[in-house]
Design a protein around this ligand. Structure first.
Ligand code: ADP
Ligand code: MG
Length: 274
């Protein structure tokens, strides 16, 4: 059993929710000393991150600091070179064996991901994009899948676009469809890699609104973002990365407004002095 103290320490967002939800606060993702190398270049260096159910963690930091590479480890799009990773109690890295294909299928149903580029199938309509994996990965019937897809399109405010192909949707709409597609597999947790950075501010805003709603509903999320205001308001914790290392991790207000580390201070002064 998780103690009440653990739940309360997660911050304001969770304390509103029912503490009797016995699963709240259990560890969903646990990365320890994760490292990733490309050839001789180590780009993620012994990074730790533990994420509990319902928590939202934002990763910020300069370009090239290893944020995307670290994030991609959580659904094994990027196999780490060393360290350990446990997702929902299952050892993904560190057991001394590589995950099998069926391990990976299970993992990717549990851990959904949204990218900067939306990666929708251009020849399928919005609703068909969302149907697809439900049938192929979950074995839902077409009718069941369609019903779930329509619910999700409604949730992201795009019911009216169901029969429209991605090219005829705005970037913000495409990203919302991509979020709905990821949610269709009923993931335990979602990864976002700069989901708004390809979008005009106004379109980014509608995507952030969907993500805020998701966070409010208790979705566990790791979000790489440059949207500092969003991170401050929505995240329970912020991790600042630079040069492949986790330099500073803490509550948003502390990391963003009173950073302890010089490297964090330097990065934030460049971000906020624009
Ligand atoms: P960020 O997301 O913080 O901008 P990345 O994780 O994308 O950083 O990249 C970290 C470093 O790893 C960069 O120096 C980048 O050039 C390098 N890198 C990323 N992916 C690859 C790859 N597939 N092969 C070689 N180097 C890579
Ligand atoms: Mg990146």
């Amino acid at each position: 059993m998780e103690s009440i103290q653990t739940v309360v320490s997660l911050g304001g967002r969770l304390t509103n929710k029912s503490l009797v939800e016995s699963q709240v606060g259990r560890v969903l993702a646990d990365a320890k000393q994760l490292s990733v190398s490309f050839g001789p270049l180590e780009v993620v260096k012994q990074v730790d991150l533990t994420v509990r159910k319902g928590e939202v963690v934002s990763i910020i930091g300069p370009s090239g600091s290893g944020k995307s590479t670290f994030l991609r480890c959580f659904n094994y799009l990027q196999p780490p070179a060393s360290g350990s990773l446990t997702i929902d109690g299952e050892v993904i890295v560190g057991s001394g064996r590589k995950p099998t294909n069926s391990d990976l299928l299970r993992l990717r149903r549990k851990v959904g991901m949204c990218f900067q580029s939306f990666n929708l199938f251009p020849h399928l309509t919005a609703v068909e994009n969302i149907d697809l994996a439900q049938v192929s990965a979950l074995g839902r019937s077409k009718a069941e899948a369609r019903q779930r897809s329509m619910e999700l399109l409604k949730r992201v405010g795009l019911e009216a676009k169901a029969d429209t192909k991605p090219a005829r949707c705005s970037g913000g709409q495409q990203q919302r469809i991509a979020i709905a597609r990821a949610l269709a597999l009923d993931p335990e947790m979602m990864l976002f890699d700069e989901p708004t950075s390809a979008l005009d501010p106004e379109l980014g805003h509608e995507v952030l609104a969907v993500m805020r709603e998701l966070a409010g509903s208790g979705m566990t999320m790791i979000i790489v973002t440059h949207e500092m205001k969003f991170a401050e308001n929505v995240a329970d914790r912020i991790m600042f990365m630079a040069d492949g290392k986790a330099i500073e991790v803490g509550e948003p207000k502390q990391v963003l407004r009173a950073p302890v580390q010089e490297r964090t201070q330097k990065f934030l002064s460049m971000v906020f002095d624009r």
